[in-house]
Design a protein around this ligand. Sequence first.
Ligand code: NAD
Length: 490
Amino acid sequence: MNPQATETGVRQLGHFVGGRWIDSKSQSFQDVTNPATGVLLARVPLGGADDVAAAVLAAREAYPAWRATPPAMRVRPMFKLKQLLEEHFDDLARTVTREHGKTVDEARGSVRRGVDNVERACGIPSLLMGEALEDVGQNVDCEAVRQPLGVYAAICPFNFPAMVPLWFLPYAIACGNTFILKPSEQVPLSAALLIDLVQQAGFPAGVVNLVNGGRAAVDAILDHPDIKGVSFVGSSPVAQHVYRRGAEHGKRVQALGGAKNFVVVMPDANMDHAAEAVAESAYGNAGERCLAGSVVLAVGAAAEPLRDRLIAQSRNYRVGDGMDPKTEMGPLISKPHRDRVVGYIGKGVEAGAELVVDGRPVVAQMPQGNFLGATFFDHVETQMQIAQEEIFGPVLCMIRVPDLDAAIAIMRAHPLANATSIFTTNGKHARQFRYNVDASMIGVNIGVAAPMAFFPFGGAKGSFFGDTKAHGMDAIGFYTDKKVVISRWV
Ligand code: NAD
């Protein structure tokens, strides 16, 4: 089981290397606090190159035997992991809430999405099958088989502490690779629990490893010559850095970045449904979601009825500790991040947007945590900072546009393109929208277009660096190489 309390009674985390938890070689630690209460939960080591090197060594040593284990045997501990995740489902969801702040319901939803990937990876014997064709020439046959490559690493963000690691870990190892997880240093506890379950599931030592840390650990992963590929999820500037530096060292990289997601509401939409879905998209997970719809583009006559409904929705969000079942919106991850979001509200006011619902009074009303209320701006202009930059908090901006073409033009001009949605009852509008937007996760009358485990997850333009996305069949492509064998037997 993962570590030990210190003399002060605070749990001090380590790294998981070669099948056991070990102390960090780095003496640098960061506090992990509950964002709803400010209570200190643990101290996480900020691992460096030595810690990464130890994990790579363990993963490299475990690789030959794991790779040679038949896929049908490799999935046995995977089935066990799935069972353990079900048994510890609530514990995991509560750990997510405790360290991240989202409501327990939201946490459960995200853990379910993570477990879906474990379930899917249990089918790896079928997913890994290659292709074959007899008689590509006279007496010549050809086949393509998929092979693992070696050691992979995944670097994760703070906003989905259990789900995002599970986008990668199950597929990487089911394909026969060995793996190093680098969780966000802001939320290391869910990953530690996941690793405890991996250990109980019976994967051989060294197949899955974990290094805690921040920037230094990331750069050590990117520079290490024995890591073949890196999966990354986080903000766009870091995604781009990971993509560049990983590629410089000859690695495969899939880097999922940040977002500024636009939601279009047509005048023909069902307004009640649209307003409810837009509010949930903007304020769910306190807006800390790469799929959050943070700018609503109200087309023509949609604006007034939508405004009224969004005001009602925004005022109704009950803010509190995510552990309380009555809470609808938890705190933000940290005080500096909360202050950054509050700063954006000030910038919106300064730029002349109409602040219709102001969530800032919540800051003083609930000083124990990093709380902020739902905030709604109307009459936002496209060039304003609040309309252009990822805020990653519960702030919804409404821009009024004359028609669908104008809405699409705003989206196409934006450098990020992760997800988008349209609300309409008109199939022609829906088709024009899906055909022309750049974002690659699209909702039609859906506020949060989150692809399930069996579909690829990832955006476009500055929201994604690479070519193969997370989960879906892309995961199998990312974690394997295709080897083609051409044979003649005469
Ligand atoms: P972040 O970029 O700050 O951190 C992500 C990871 O990178 C962490 O593990 C962190 O330790 C590491 N890191 C941070 N700064 C670094 C640096 N300068 N050099 C090297 N490594 C560094 O992101 P975050 O704040 O943890 O997560 C929120 C961001 O993630 C948002 O932008 C959100 O849109 C994005 N996100 C995207 C998706 C997606 O599917 N595209 C999903 C979830 C989150």
